[in-house]
Design a protein around this ligand. Structure first.
Ligand code: ADP
Length: 257
């Protein structure tokens, strides 16, 4: 009987220590898995444009006698892919830095109305060149502490998406308002919008909805992960609402003193 009791407690001790170790190891294992997936996805995303560039250059090598002006298509395809890779590597770098503990938040005093008006100015042309309209409505006045580099990145990501995911003749808009102790940035479009089940997932790294994966919009699923990080650095919140009758509205609420 003593033997059985001893074995029983021995097995119990092993079981408890196993469960404890699994429980305490879980965050480490999850973080490690995330890191592994991140590297694998990053390598995968970089491979596609590299293959295109390689193909174009190899093709050009088979035509050594022709002049570069005769090869504009091949060169511009390669250049497009280089630009794509540039965006991708910049975004990967931003996310890698956001994972490290190095502080990246450099707020400065911003005069809201002139600053936002200036930053948003180029978007009329960008949207119009893609047959979409753009309207900025900046009513926020006064000064606030914001990290201008990060907010600029946030606007680029949200506005590029709004333009990208809106069909021709669609409308993209941005409202910058001051509501009590917050600055609110709302970017709206008249595209297909985002289904309820995707409203959280789109902030995950490399996540793209089926619709955009199947279309040729050429994204990589990193923009919104960065957008959310930028808003978090400001202790704010980034949410998605439905536009009426169709489209998405991304609302960043940034607390300011
Ligand atoms: P991507 O580079 O693919 O645009 P993001 O992280 O910026 O990556 O966005 C993730 C996904 O969220 C997109 O692939 C798209 O499916 C969806 N999405 C983002 N913005 C919009 C929008 N304005 N309208 C519809 N879908 C959007």
């Amino acid at each position: 009987a003593l033997m059985i009791t001893l074995i029983f407690f021995w097995v119990l001790a092993i079981l408890i220590s196993y469960l404890l170790s699994r429980w305490s190891m879980r965050p480490i294992i999850t973080a490690w898995r995330k890191q592994r997936d991140f590297s694998a996805n990053a390598a995968h995303e970089l491979r596609t444009p590299l293959t295109v560039i390689q193909n174009q250059l190899e093709y050009l090598l088979t035509q050594p006698k022709s002049r570069i002006v005769d090869q504009v298509d091949e060169v511009s395809t390669a250049l497009d892919e280089v630009r794509h890779m540039q965006t991708l590597t910049n975004r990967l770098l931003t996310l890698a830095r956001s994972d490290s503990n190095v502080t990246q938040f450099n707020p400065s005093q911003v005069d809201l109305h002139p600053w936002f008006t200036e930053v948003l100015r180029p978007y009329v042309e960008i949207a119009n060149s893609q047959q979409k309209s753009f309207a900025a409505n900046v009513t926020a006045e006064g000064k606030a502490q914001l990290d201008t580099d990060l907010i600029r990145q946030l606007l680029v990501i949200l506005l590029d998406n709004a333009i990208k995911y809106t069909p021709e003749n669609g409308r993209v808009g941005v409202d910058v308002t001051r509501v009590k102790d917050t600055v609110q940035i709302a970017v709206s479009d008249t595209g297909a919008g985002i289904a309820d089940e995707d409203k959280q997932k789109v902030f995950d790294r490399f996540y793209r909805t089926d619709k955009s994966r199947n279309s040729k919009t050429g994204g990589n699923g990193l923009g919104l992960a960065i957008a959310q990080w930028v808003v978090k650095q400001h202790h704010g919140k980034l949410t998605i609402k439905d536009n009426q009758p169709t489209g998405a509205i991304f609302v960043a609420v940034l607390p300011v003193k």
